[in-house]
Design a protein around this ligand. Structure first.
Ligand code: B12
Length: 497
């Protein structure tokens, strides 16, 4: 069966990096790993085409060629997913969908032929078997979690690498913690399930052998869910794998207790990790208790962040305002915390209740749910009625993001980080792409940008004090440009201008 694997378009978002990608002439930050994995699970003799609509259009020719479409999406891609499903149906294709968007919203997608939900490792084979017998049902779902030792390597050959800023691989699924607002445990379970080191090395080899030399994102919910295995098995294997190659930089997501394990941090840095995203959420102990963020409680979080930065890992952070215990003073406290932490990429969102979370259930019981979760927790919208009042929350939030991404504060934060950061010795050499990006940023930001003063100030500081961090300073400048655009866009949308 001729198959299209389609990833709908996402709107402009914080993590979409649309305005930053332009500097390096890339079209998307990351590939659709779910679809590449599905591709490897379908029959080998089915001809397949990947259409990531974020890098290429879905043409009528594609639709004429195909017999069926497998579509994957997050909630944020809802609009494009609906349009795409309609087009596929009109072209007479069988439409099969899966991924986070479809797990709780089947009633909104009348045109879909088959929902293959939860982890495809469990639901795809029964669906395909029934399809072959001509008796496929409309919905396939699972209540268990799969063994990811069985997960095949992504079908990299479907991908045109040149459009992407980074590649991604997945080592584990699930998270040992239970934060009230997060749907990871509902989607992927509480016990982290891990792949073997051999699986990971094979996936990396697949990328490397096809010529990929750039960043690789380990898209784990919490990379350090099984620390013993990391220290005794995976990280030594990665260190070995990097030998004789140009260092391939890795990044991932982890919990803040990473700071408590010096050996783990050192091994991660040695293996090539340079950045971790951490859910910090709030400096307020009451807020942390409320959302059950036990791993962040009773610790000096600023100090933990600095420990990680000094170990050689950049910390990116997620922050939330709008907890029941928050008072209007929270906005300034968050600003002060973020500025002091040197977290340059600070994703600040309003508390939202995604379906499937404990928070969603609580809000439902309390009669405080208002509408659908937009799928983007940093768009200045929420689907709950906050205790402090919606207007107070929105105003405080708006002021907060304007302040945090304003050139002066943003570059100040970057400098705080660059001073603290213990840059690992093993860095990738400056490549052509970076040189072009540096040139473009100097024109776009250094001459025409409203940040031009700050731009040259940080570069001259780096030039005289820490020349090795210049490439990073330029990267931050480019990210800052993107964040300001997104912040502005969200504010304009909210005010209905
Ligand atoms: C990597 C990642 C990203 C990457 C981008 C991914 C991409 N290709 O664009 C980045 C960092 C950019 C990102 C950003 C965001 N993300 Co994100 N992200 C993830 C993460 C950590 C891993 C996804 C992944 O690659 N998994 C590995 C693959 C193999 O698994 P998978 O995609 O789930 O696919 C499996 C099944 O779902 C199923 N399946 C999937 N698709 C299909 C299709 C068919 C037809 C079938 C049969 C089966 C099937 O089978 C696969 C194998 O089991 C997940 C969390 C998670 N653990 O999944 C969150 C997650 C997907 N992200 C989420 C969110 C909310 C976001 C943001 C909106 C956050 C924000 N506020 O900005 C942004 C928006 C993105 C944008 N571009 O605008 C949510 C989505 C929730 C939802 N209901 O939509 C998740 C689940 C995290 C969470 N805690 O809630 N994200």
């Amino acid at each position: 069966m001729k198959t299209l694997l389609i990833y709908p378009e996402y709107p402009e978002t914080f993590w979409g990096f649309k305005y930053a990608l332009k500097f390096i002439r890339k079209k998307a930050a990351l590939p659709p790993l779910g679809l590449l994995t599905i591709g490897a699970m379908l029959r080998q003799d089915w001809p397949k085409r990947l259409i990531d609509m974020n890098v290429t259009g879905l043409t009528d020719k594609d639709l004429e060629w195909a017999e069926c479409a497998f579509i994957s999406a997050m909630s944020i891609q809802r609009t494009s997913a609906l349009e795409t499903i309609k087009r596929c149906k009109k072209a007479g294709l069988k439409v099969i969908v899966g991924g986070p968007l479809f797990s709780g919203e089947q009633d909104q997608f009348d045109d879909v032929d088959h929902f293959v939900l939860n982890e495809a490792e469990l639901t795809l084979a029964p669906f395909l078997a029934d399809l072959e017998k001509g008796c496929a049902e409309r919905i396939y779902s699972a209540t268990e979690f799969c063994d990811i030792h069985e997960t095949p390597s992504p079908m990299w050959e479907l991908l045109n690498f040149k459009h992407y800023a980074s590649m991604s691989i997945q080592f584990s699924r699930g998270c040992p913690f239970n934060c009230e607002f997060c749907n990871v445990t509902a989607l992927f379970g509480h016990r982290p399930r891990i792949k073997t080191s051999d699986q990971i090395i094979a996936e990396l080899d697949g990328l490397y052998d096809r010529g990929w030399r750039g960043q690789v994102f380990f898209v784990d919910d919490n990379f350090i869910g099984n620390k013993n295995f990391l220290k005794s098995d995976l990280l030594p294997a990665l260190i070995q794998w990097q030998k004789g190659k140009k260092m391939i930089p890795f990044n991932t997501e982890a919990s803040i207790n990473l700071a408590d394990d010096k050996k783990l941090m050192d091994l991660m840095v040695k293996a090539g990790f340079d950045t971790v995203f951490i859910g910090i959420e709030t400096p307020d102990e009451k807020g942390l208790t409320e959302c059950n963020k036990v791993q962040n409680r009773n610790r000096d979080m600023i100090e933990s962040i600095k420990i990680i930065q000094r170990a050689g890992l950049q910390v990116q952070g997620g922050f939330i305002v709008g907890f029941d215990s928050d008072t209007p003073s929270i906005f300034q406290r968050q600003i002060d915390f973020i500025q002091k932490s040197g977290i340059v990429t600070a994703m600040v969102g309003m508390l939202n209740a995604p379906p499937g979370t404990k928070l969603y259930e609580r809000m439902m019981k309390e009669g405080r749910l208002i509408g659908l979760f937009s799928g983007d927790n940093v768009d200045g919208k929420t689907n709950i009625i906050p205790r402090m009042g919606l207007d107070t929350l929105k105003d405080g939030y708006s002021r907060m993001i304007q302040h945090l991404y304003a050139p002066k504060q943003y570059y100040q934060r970057a400098k705080t980080f660059l001073k603290e950061y213990e840059m690992p010795r093993t860095r990738i050499p400056v490549d052509f792409q970076r040189i072009i990006a540096a040139f473009r940023s100097s024109i776009r930001l250094g001459f025409f940008g409203r940040e031009r003063f700050q731009y040259w100030k940080i570069l001259s500081w780096a030039f005289f004090r820490r020349p090795r961090v210049i490439p990073l300073a330029i990267t931050f400048a480019i990210y800052g440009h993107h964040f300001r655009k997104i912040a502005k866009l969200n504010c304009i949308e909210r005010r209905g201008i």
